[in-house]
Ligand binder design. Structure first.
Ligand code: IFM
Length: 477
């Protein structure tokens, strides 16, 4: 497939001692509004579900909130300068809906739009391609009060908001993704309640997932009509799901979790249908009456790219008596219809999130999307790791994070060599930030943030990544 908006991907890799990426490969880093901006009550911004959630006792570790976060709202030009020093080709950020449309409906808040216009202009001025995500989990609170994502109307509100942002920034932003990780919004937000808005109802989670995708489809249609040059996509978080053994019951557990984690979103968006086995698994949770005629055609509106966030693998098995206590993303309520599936810990190295490090899983994931679903250009829109960092003599030597990036970039290269049209990679994250229910206790950044002084210290991984970008690749091992 030839697309003038994307650099060529396949068949151009050096065979020499370097692992060279295709010319024009889009090297980036990512953040999200609530995780870094702060300025929660400034410039006309009103509360999102994450403000409400983080200010509710017991929801976020140590009562941390995004009120100040990395103070990026005030330090944005300095942060863009740091990006330029790293040589980033692209920066993926999200727009805070309650900053640009405070009530989630009605007119735009010009001050909010102006902030993002300044950001985009600053990026362009440094030769950095802006990559805009419309929704990274910060639903305006009034929309949650009206029913949130389980309510169908929220999808229409999202399309209106998308139009408003496209009107303001569509002349200067080429790359747009609608949603970031709808699985998290739906199943952590409305299933387990580990994320905002903290509701816990399987049917609501399934409805929320559908309406998120409906909002995505409506937004794509609106953006396509008004900004035909824009490159449009969605970002999904995908996991290879592996049965612990070949036993049929374990294989079936893997099928079920793969349905909820991956195919719940991939199939409607890229094939225009829900998988039959998934709807059968969910029969006792919902009758799918919330899916109206025509919805799936909207949801599968043509895209220009697919964004994939990759962190780890799920290994699962059939239930046993007295299973061990589970971390939040394994909570049964995340997996309606498959609550009794057992998540297995293999004993391989993990990050500070307890997520198993599994670089080959990135190859599997990219190949699967390409080989089973689409020829569209793919982008890794997030990949990264939390580790416990320390400042020693003014430096942060984050060797574990650097090794994680290195292994996953080798995997990305392998996927390209296998024919995957992977056109870019965004490290998560540019800087340490508010890690949702974990507050500031988990650090994913290539730039250290001192939350007392707001000082920034580029870590070893930032210097290493700058060199990867400069040489467009890695030394062969
Ligand atoms: O911090 C999050 C991000 O907001 C979405 N993807 C996963 C990251 C690490 O948990």
């Amino acid at each position: 497939m030839s697309n003038p908006h994307h650099p060529p991907a396949v068949g151009v890799l050096d065979q020499g001692p370097e692992l060279t990426f295709p010319p024009g490969f889009l090297w980036g880093a990512a953040t999200a509004a609530y995780q870094i901006e702060g300025a929660a009550t400034e410039g006309g911004r009103t509360p999102s579900i994450w403000d409400t959630f983080s200010h509710t006792e017991g929801r976020v570790v140590a009562g941390h909130t995004g009120d100040v976060a990395c103070d990026h709202y005030h330090r944005m030009p300095d942060d863009v300068r740091l990006m330029a020093e790293m040589g980033l080709k692209s920066y993926r950020f999200s727009v805070a809906w309650p900053r640009v449309q405070p009530n989630g409906s009605g007119p735009a808040n010009q001050q909010g739009l102006d902030f993002y216009r300044r950001l985009v202009d600053e990026l362009l001025g440094h030769g950095i391609e802006p990559w805009l995500t419309l929704y990274h989990w910060d639903l305006p609170q009034p929309l949650e009060d009206a029913g949130g994502w389980p309510a169908r109307d929220t999808a229409a509100r999202f399309a209106d908001y998308a139009q408003l942002v496209a009107d303001a920034l569509g002349d200067r932003v080429k790359y747009w993704t609608t949603l970031n990780e709808p699985w998290c919004s739906a199943f952590l937000g409305y299933g387990s309640g580990a994320h905002a808005p903290g509701r816990s109802d399987g049917a609501d989670a399934v409805r929320a997932g559908h309406h998120l995708m409906l909002g995505h489809g409506l937004a794509v249609q609106a953006l396509r009509a008004s900004r035909p040059q824009a490159q449009l996509g969605i970002t999904v978080n995908l996991y290879p799901v592996t049965p612990a053994t070949d036993a049929p019951a374990d294989v079936d557990a893997a099928r079920r979790i793969d349905g909820l984690a991956n195919r719940f979103f991939l199939d409607p968006v890229l094939r225009g249908s829900y998988p039959a086995d998934l709807t059968a698994d969910l029969r006792e949770v919902t009758d799918f009456g919330h899916v109206h005629d025509g919805d799936l055609a909207v949801i599968s509106s043509p895209l220009d790219l697919v964004g994939i966030n990759y962190y780890s693998r799920h290994v699962v098995a059939a239930p046993v008596e007295g299973a061990e206590p589970e971390p939040y993303w394994r909570a049964p309520s995340c997996w309606p219809g498959s609550e009794d599936v057992r998540f297995v810990t293999r004993g391989v190295p993990v990050t500070d999130m307890d997520w198993e490090i599994d670089a080959p899983g990135l190859v599997e994931t990219l190949r699967r999307v390409h080989e089973e679903y689409t020829d569209l250009p793919l982008y890794v829109t997030e990949n990264g790791s939390a580790f416990v960092d320390a400042v020693v003599d003014g430096r942060v030597d984050d060797v574990d994070r650097l090794a994680y990036f290195d292994a996953h970039l080798r995997a990305a290269h392998e996927a390209i060599s296998a024919g995957v049209p992977l056109r870019g990679y965004f490290a998560w994250s540019l800087m340490d930030n508010f890690e949702w229910a974990w507050g500031y206790t988990k650090r994913f950044g290539m730039i250290w943030i001192d939350y007392d002084t707001q000082a920034r210290i580029p870590k070893s991984s930032a210097r290493w990544y700058a060199e990867v970008i400069r040489r467009n690749g890695l030394a062969a091992q």
